[in-house]
Write a protein that binds this ligand. Structure first.
Ligand SMILES: NC(=O)c1ccc[n+]([C@@H]2O[C@H](COP(=O)([O-])OP(=O)(O)OC[C@H]3O[C@@H](n4cnc5c(N)ncnc54)[C@H](OP(=O)(O)O)[C@@H]3O)[C@@H](O)[C@H]2O)c1
Length: 275
């Protein structure tokens, strides 16, 4: 019997992460899903069936990540980590109710950037002890966003968090090369996931104007297909790959925003600016 390969998928209980978990299962890899919501986790396991595992926890908490890594190593050899956990946020630097909340800025950066790094550091330490297969011991895929490159008005916190994920990709890949571990980041455009399903139609229509080809929102499996390729292709390393159908996000400003010193809040929720 061949040894079991496992993969940790943070945020694997929903959206892009769930699609990645589906692809992993189909290729014979056991996905271990890490997410905070237990109900979401149970629902994901029902969707996935098979041998998927759910571990409740928060990517920012070292003990939770350690528990998920233990679960993955208990079931087989951990060869892949796909970081999809993340939270959207939209808030003006100076909004109608005053300056941007500093706590909220720190929370978003903590969830999206510090959380990703927390998983990377703990997972890499485990994978570094693997027997190499071919020329590698493991692969880490992180999730950024177009906001890392062209963040819209209202996205300072979210863009900063995702920009950090992009910026650490190369140094992580360089450092972990000695352990035969690759590090790659994927930057998705607009994908139809539960995170954006709640966005008001008007806000979605605004983003629709930026679509190029194909003129549709991505299916989570389009993202998962790229992640599957990255996991398989040993020459992809230290790079951020956009998967966005040629979208370049506009400023997110309306004309009155540049005329008036008093900015109106965008009508959208944080989710509208999650890309
Ligand atoms: N959808 C898009 O268009 C789009 C575009 C660009 C980038 N992204 C990025 O892609 C990733 C996935 O987004 P999505 O659209 O698939 O969102 P989603 O459907 O809301 O899924 C997010 C997942 O992350 C988990 N999560 C959030 N914070 C967590 C934490 N601190 N610890 C552990 N798990 C946590 C959520 O579960 P719990 O809440 O139960 O913990 C959920 O499973 C995010 O990083 C997002 O920023 C999405």
């Amino acid at each position: 019997m061949s040894p079991t390969t496992t993969a940790l998928v943070t945020g694997g209980t929903s959206g892009l992460g769930l699609a990645v978990a589906e692809r992993l299962l189909a290729s014979g890899v056991v996905p271990v899903l890490l997410g905070r919501g237990e109900e979401r986790g149970r629902a994901a396991l029902e969707t996935l069936g098979g041998r998927a595992v759910f571990v409740p926890g928060d990517v920012t908490r070292p003990e939770d990540v350690t528990g998920a890594l233990d679960a993955a190593e208990h079931r087989g050899t951990l060869r892949a980590v796909v970081n999809c956990a993340g939270v959207p946020h939209a808030e003006r630097v100076v909004g109608r109710s005053g300056p941007h909340s500093l706590d909220r800025f720190a929370e978003v950066v903590t969830a999206n950037l510090v959380g990703t790094f927390n998983v990377v550091r703990l997972a890499a330490a485990r994978m570094a002890a693997n027997e190499p297969v071919g020329q590698e011991r493991g692969v880490i895929v992180n999730t950024a966003s177009l906001a890392a490159f062209e963040g819209q008005a209202g996205q300072a916190a979210y863009a900063a968090s995702k920009g950090g994920v992009v910026s650490m990709t190369l140094p992580l890949a360089r450092e972990l090369a000695g352990s035969l571990i690759r590090v790659v980041t994927v930057a998705p455009g607009f994908f139809a996931t539960p995170a954006v399903a709640a966005v008001p139609a008007a806000a979605r229509a605004e983003l629709d104007r930026d679509l190029v080809h194909p003129r549709r929102w991505g299916d989570p499996d389009d993202f998962a297909a790229l992640v599957a390729h990255v996991l398989d292709n040993p020459m992809i390393n230290g790079e951020t790959i956009r998967v966005d159908g040629a979208v370049r996000m506009s400023s997110g400003l309306r004309h009155h925003d540049t005329r008036n010193t008093h900015h109106r809040e965008r009508p959208d929720t944080g989710e509208a600016s999650s890309t």
